[in-house]
Ligand binder design. Structure first.
Ligand code: ADP
Length: 256
């Protein structure tokens, strides 16, 4: 039974002068609870548009999105969003940023603090609670954004190239951190990327998009045992060659 069902969702943008851009052809896609799905495709193929529609930040031209059987009509706490650009409130401390949604929901302060502390520890930011975002590196700001999204206990985490602005080394650390959290919290994740290796490394299913107007042209199941991090660290020749092979398969699909 799917947790998220994307049914015939398309999107055409029309400018004030009447020029229309078809960003997405009708997409049908189902996501099961605890899935880690990556949406892979070249820039401009409609990946963010689809994620924004699932988040309720944009509306489809046709079709609908159901979350646990209910139509998505706008943003909601059941979907946590993490963007590529840092979206923390600069005037709030790290802890206040993470507590923001909980405070808005009227959660008692002691519970807000307890929950924030739990996720601050999860993302390795103990000791930085009272810092402001500008005092933190890009990777630490993204950890805060992930902690903020998780603190609201969403059913599904929607991530739009969340590590795209980070240097390579930080990016790998963040990928491993996120997989560790996913293992522990058993959240459903939809993760947009244009990086083939990232798409395979993170997911148990990869949806490969065509160039604009986007449509899903292949779905690839990734059957590696999770977590991948320690497995890759051992540099097992078998797992490395499997990953290389899979990467080659996905790149054939994505350039065609
Ligand atoms: P991706 O995330 O795959 O890079 P996007 O979903 O951001 O792609 O964009 C898909 C296409 O839709 C692009 O051609 C983009 O220019 C266009 N587009 C996205 N948002 C808008 C908008 N608000 N108005 C007009 N065109 C848009």
């Amino acid at each position: 039974m799917s947790q998220l069902s994307i049914q015939g969702v398309s999107r055409t943008f029309t400018s004030e002068k009447g020029k229309s851009t078809q960003a997405l052809l009708p997409v049908d896609f189902d996501v099961k609870e605890n899935d880690f799905v990556t949406i892979l495709g070249p820039s401009g193929c409609g990946k963010s548009t689809m994620l924004r529609i699932v988040a309720g930040l944009d509306h489809p031209t046709s079709g609908r999105v159901l979350l646990d059987g209910r139509p998505v009509e706008g943003p909601g706490a059941d979907r946590g969003m993490v963007f590529q650009s840092y979206t923390l409130f600069p005037w709030l401390t790290i802890e206040q940023n993470i507590r923001f949604g909980l405070r808005e929901r009227g959660m008692p302060e002691s519970q807000q603090k307890e929950r924030a502390q739990y996720f601050i520890a999860k993302v390795g930011l103990r000791g930085f609670e009272q810092h402001f975002p500008k005092q933190l590196s890009g990777g630490m700001q993204q950890r805060t954004a992930i902690a903020r999204a998780l603190a609201n206990d969403p059913k599904i985490l929607l991530m739009d190239e969340p590590f795209g602005a980070l240097d390579n080394q930080t990016r790998v650390l963040m990928q491993e951190l996120l997989l560790g959290i996913w293992e522990a919290e058993r959240k459903t994740v939809m993760f947009v990327t244009h990086d083939i290796d990232e798409a395979i490394f993170m997911a148990n299913r990869v949806a490969v998009f065509s160039a604009r107007p986007g449509r899903i042209k292949a779905e690839i199941k990734v059957d590696f045992p999770h977590p991948l991090g320690p497995m890759m660290a051992t540099n097992s020749p078998c797992s490395m060659s499997m990953l290389t092979l899979l990467s080659a398969v996905v790149s054939t699909v994505s350039v065609r």
